[in-house]
Design a protein around this ligand. Sequence first.
Ligand code: PLP
Length: 271
Amino acid sequence: MEQTLIDMKVEMSFLIPTSVVGNAGTINTGAFDPLSSLADICRRERMWFHVDGAFGALAALSPELRLLVAGMDRADSVAFDMYKWMYMPYEIGCALVRKEEEHLRSFSLTSTYLTHTERGLAAGEAWFSDYGVQLSRNFRALKAWMSIQAHGVSKYGRLIQQNVDQACYLAALVDASPDLELMAPVPLNIVCFRFRAPHRDDASLNKLDEELVLRLHDGGIALCSFLTIGDKYGLRVATFNHRSRRDDFDVFVGEVIGLGKSLLDEGFAQA
Ligand SMILES: *Cc1c(COP(=O)(O)O)cnc(C)c1O
């Protein structure tokens, strides 16, 4: 038994990392990993470099935001969701793999009923089933192709920039209000903040902010989500609607402050 444990320890110390996943825009706050540094490490250590760019990869479409994803161009693979920041309906995502042979070698599995032929129904070079685990699949690519044909890529860049500008505008409104507190930097389109009041501890402010989010939802005022950073509960506003206007954020902040104050009056978060 002891022998086995020692063997296991020895084996563990020889585990070799094969890949690094860098984050381009985390879910909670939209934070970025330093992708260039990760790319350097991966090149030096001969590891696969993947970028989870579900949201943030698309920042590359805006000339002003492109700097955020510097280094992403050196990834072996990148994934992003077009139903998110390309404003397309559920569900469509995209995975880009640099080397097609490696992509094929990972997924292609040609059993007898999937034999490719030179002619006839089973002819043709690219079979999508050779590039992933899914065999039968929807024609999802059509809506991506048509949207890009209709709008052009640069319009997406402008809308993405508009959403980030709106997030910065909201962050400035939060910063300017003594009743609100930013909970994280705003590098992208996500603003995390909470309602606060003097002389209250975090536990009671958490209860107040939880109720505040529910009243925003129930009242049909706004659909923001929520998060916990450390011990603090707060509101999470991810702005990715192409129809949003600055006024919407003025109204939103006014409503949040109004609700927060009435919750204080109701006895939430007593000092
Ligand atoms: C949305 C998101 C995911 C999950 O994407 P699905 O399309 O739901 O699989 C993963 N990572 C990040 C950073 C995301 O924003």
